[in-house]
Design a protein around this ligand. Structure first.
Ligand SMILES: Cc1ncc(COP(=O)(O)O)c(C=O)c1O
Length: 370
């Protein structure tokens, strides 16, 4: 949420940003970043200007990792990497670091990002198995229906599909085969039992901080499987040994992430924010389900609490809805360019008041057009 001061400098307008990413950041974080922008704690330098090898930045990096570990929580038997290249980079990072001699990996595809992860991995592994794929992407098929390989190196899922608004209602049990999840749009929004996964990865630009930072959480015993020709920036083992500083890390994004983690700790941590997130999503789905203009196609059990796609009755009404919402300060409600429609992303930093404003606007729009 931010206040923009209009040109007459008298009226102010509240903006609620429903973007799927890069997305809204907590206002206190932005204010602190502003205060510290040119002089980080008496150094006379911006964090952007600090050497990543100097003690000041090392303290920022360590503090940030410690907060993330406490928030999730992440056991000591897992390494946390702060990398570049986005979640898309990790579509390659996963097969490059986790494939085994068998060369087989299983993918469960429940939306567009899972499909992309699969397509990218198929350039690196000869034997990829689609254990399940939904069409349309409106649900998560029960694990009993998956066709898992006998000796897969890993099973890949997208825990929350950002475009389709589809979330796993429970973490699958893949036994001894490491479960790997893209958690870009769900990390830190609700408790995730890290111990059920071999590896987790997330682009930061939703619930962590600015774009440019990618977090990988990997069980230590899975490191050292890295394929020999893996470029060092994708090499989890090498990066883990170098404290994510094999080359210059995204220092400023790492610092902002630390501020976001501190903010989240103040907000009651992940359980605290999860309760708010549950309320926000319930309010929006209730507004959609109670209307004759708006609709969401996702199975009830798999409706995402972070990304809520919805359609508006006709193309014309959809255009009008999006334009008027924008005028009302409810911005970035357009659906992903590949699917159209509308989508409200309700990440941690979206205040409940933003959802209340959206729901009120939807009711008003429906009354005017219903
Ligand atoms: C679930 C998911 N995976 C992957 C990506 C791609 O992330 P990046 O742009 O960081 O590569 C996104 C981006 O929105 C996403 O939501």
């Amino acid at each position: 949420m931010s206040q923009i001061i209009q040109s007459d400098q008298i009226s102010t307008k509240t903006i609620y940003n429903f973007s799927a990413g890069p997305s809204v950041l907590p206002a206190p974080v932005l204010r602190q970043a502003q205060e510290e922008l040119t002089d980080w704690r008496g150094t006379g330098m911006s964090v952007m200007e600090l050497s990543h090898r100097g003690k000041d930045f090392i303290s920022i990096a360590e503090d940030s990792e410690a907060r993330l570990r406490a928030l999730m929580p992440i056991p000591d038997s897992y390494k946390v990497l702060f990398l570049q290249g986005g979640a898309t980079g990790q579509f390659v990072g996963v097969p490059a670091n986790l494939s085994t001699a068998s060369g087989v990996a299983d993918y469960v595809i429940t939306g567009q990002w899972g499909q992309k992860a699969y397509a990218e991995a198929s350039k690196y592994l000869d034997k990829l198995n689609v254990a399940a794929r939904t069409d349309p992407h409106t649900y998560v098929p029960p694990q009993g229906e998956w066709r898992l390989s006998r000796n897969a190196a890993y099973v890949h899922i997208t825990l929350n599909e950002t475009v389709n608004g589809v979330v796993f209602d429970q973490v699958p049990d893949t036994g001894d085969v490491p479960l790997v999840a893209d958690v870009s749009s769900i990390i830190l929004s609700e408790p995730i039992d890290v111990t059920k996964f071999g590896a987790l990865y997330a682009g930061a630009q939703k619930n962590i901080g600015p774009a440019g930072l990618t977090v990988v959480i990997v069980r230590e015993d899975l490191l050292a499987r890295t394929r020999p020709r893996t470029p060092q920036v994708w090499d989890w083992y090498a990066m883990a040994k170098a404290g994510s500083m094999l080359n210059t890390p995204p220092t400023y994004a790492w610092y902002i992430a630390g501020l976001v983690f501190a903010w989240l700790q103040d907000e009651g941590g992940v359980p605290g924010i999860a309760e708010v997130n549950r309320r926000k999503a319930e309010k929006l789905y209730a507004a959609i389900d109670g209307s004759s203009l708006f609709a969401n196609p996702v199975a009830l059990a798999n409706r995402s609490r972070m990304n809520v796609p919805f359609t508006v009755a006709t193309d014309e009404l959809e255009r009008e809805f999006l334009a008027k919402a924008k005028d009302a300060g409810l911005v970035n409600l357009e659906g992903h360019r590949s699917v159209g429609g509308a989508r409200a992303s309700l990440y941690n930093a979206m205040p409940e008041a933003g959802v209340d404003a959206l729901v009120a606007f939807m009711k008003e729009f429906e009354n005017a057009h219903g």
